[in-house]
Write a protein that binds this ligand. Structure first.
Ligand SMILES: Nc1nc2c(ncn2[C@@H]2O[C@H](COP(=O)(O)OP(=O)(O)OP(=O)(O)O)[C@@H](O)[C@H]2O)c(=O)[nH]1
Ligand SMILES: [Mg+2]
Length: 390
């Protein structure tokens, strides 16, 4: 069994029995904050989804060559017959579409392959060390010294992260006309040793971003067969969820639903913005800004739009420059006249908004069609020109 340290999300969800204020001792039992079952679920979900690990790999060293001479009855001057050392094992990463987390590597961050065996007499080459194949989720990016050296985007794609050392040569290779009895052999070559960073960057076409509770997971569940956790409290989603939309022509669009962002995410507030790496590769971002039951207003919604833009920018300029659709979600919560007014004010400000409700289904078909057409265009010319994107 793998051991896990308990993990608390910003102190939330932890059992705390010392919450009573230090007044006179009460005869009543101190209120103990119970860990809600869903908190435990959240903690384990965070622990299980690991998308960033630092690993140290050491490929196997080559075995040394052997110094040996053929000694056999009736064979005088048998000559050198020391075999070569075996090759050290390689360390190979392989993309596996059935994996979603780097948890195994997180638990075992140091990987060492077997060394090759020494050569032997009678020209026997030493046994090679076994290769180690480590399976990684699709979308794993492997970096060394902050530079990406491999990107595993296709199932079965392999990358040799550590090359095993070659075996040293035995003395049979060193016989010359003037030295028929060489007593020299080579030591094995050292296996490659590297410190690497592996991070998952999901491969999706569209990324859903927005504040917590904006309805991102609900929208994903309505557009695809994905079944993300949905609930009326913030940070229901603790790791990205993927879903695939398919049209009758067999075209696919992959959607990624991200944990909610809040103001200060770049400073580590909420879940921080480390999950944004999962939308780095998307072609389009869809930002959900929800209508609220209590007086939805253009000012508030515009503020949310800008807030998320600022967090995206704080993460990276590249992300801030990505095409971003303005999706006004939970449209069912807003009377049609007020909704039209808000959409108009966004339009006046140069932002074309898409209104939809994952609850009633309103606007979903249009949104689906828009995503297919946008991605069609971006596949053709790398950009969608006349689309409601910023
Ligand atoms: N009225 C209404 N409620 C909705 C709609 N979409 C989602 N909700 C509700 O809003 C709440 C939050 O929905 P989620 O889909 O979990 O929101 P989220 O953006 O994924 O939230 P986080 O994962 O916390 O970031 C849930 O109670 C949903 O049922 C909608 O179109 N209309
Ligand atoms: Mg969610």
């Amino acid at each position: 069994m793998l051991g896990c340290r308990p993990f608390c999300l910003g102190g939330e969800g932890a059992d705390r029995s010392d919450e009573s204020t230090g007044s006179a001792k009460s005869t009543q039992s101190t209120p103990v904050r119970q860990t809600h079952p869903s908190d435990r679920h959240q903690q384990s979900a965070i622990m299980i989804f690991v998308d960033y690990v630092k690993v140290h790999v050491k490929a196997g060293d080559g075995g040394s060559g052997c110094v040996s001479f053929r000694r056999e009855k009736y064979v005088p001057f048998g000559g050198p017959d020391g075999g070569d050392g075996g090759k050290g094992g390689d360390i190979v990463f392989e993309a596996d579409a059935n994996l979603a987390t780097l948890l195994d590597l997180k638990m075992h961050p140091s990987v060492r392959a077997q060394s090759g065996a020494k050569g032997q007499g009678a020209q026997k080459t030493g046994k090679s060390g076994a290769d180690i194949v480590i399976r990684l989720p699709l979308g794993s990016v492997i970096s060394e010294n902050d530079e990406a050296i491999a990107d595993l985007t296709k199932p079965g794609q392999r990358f040799r992260a550590g090359k095993g050392g070659d075996g040293g040569r035995g003395n049979q290779h060193f016989a010359t006309s003037t030295n028929q009895t060489p007593r020299r052999c080579e030591p094995g070559w050292l296996g490659q040793e590297r410190s690497l960073v592996i991070e998952i960057k999901q491969i999706a076409d569209v990324g859903f971003v927005g504040l917590p509770n904006a309805g991102k997971s609900t929208l994903l569940s309505r557009l695809t067969a994905a079944t993300p956790k949905i609930a009326a409290y913030p940070f229901t989603t603790l790791h990205p969820n993927l879903g695939v939309m398919e049209d009758p022509a067999g075209n696919h669009v992959t959607l990624a639903d991200l944990p909610g962002l809040i103001e200060g995410a770049s400073r580590g507030e909420g879940l921080g913005h480390r999950f944004l790496r999962h939308v780095e590769r998307t072609k389009v971002l869809a930002q959900l800004v929800a209508f609220t039951e209590s007086e939805p207003s253009y000012e508030n919604m515009r503020y949310e739009w800008e807030l998320v833009a600022a967090e995206l920018k704080a993460y990276s300029d590249k992300l801030a420059e990505k095409k971003r659709l303005l999706v006004l979600s939970k449209a069912d919560l807003c009377p049609p006249e007020e909704r039209a007014e808000i959409v108009k004010r966004f339009a006046d400000a140069g932002l074309e908004a898409i209104c939809l409700s994952a609850r009633t289904g309103e606007g979903l078909e249009e949104f689906r069609a828009l995503l297919f057409s946008l991605l069609d265009q971006s596949a053709e010319n790398g950009a969608a020109s006349n689309s409601p994107v910023e």
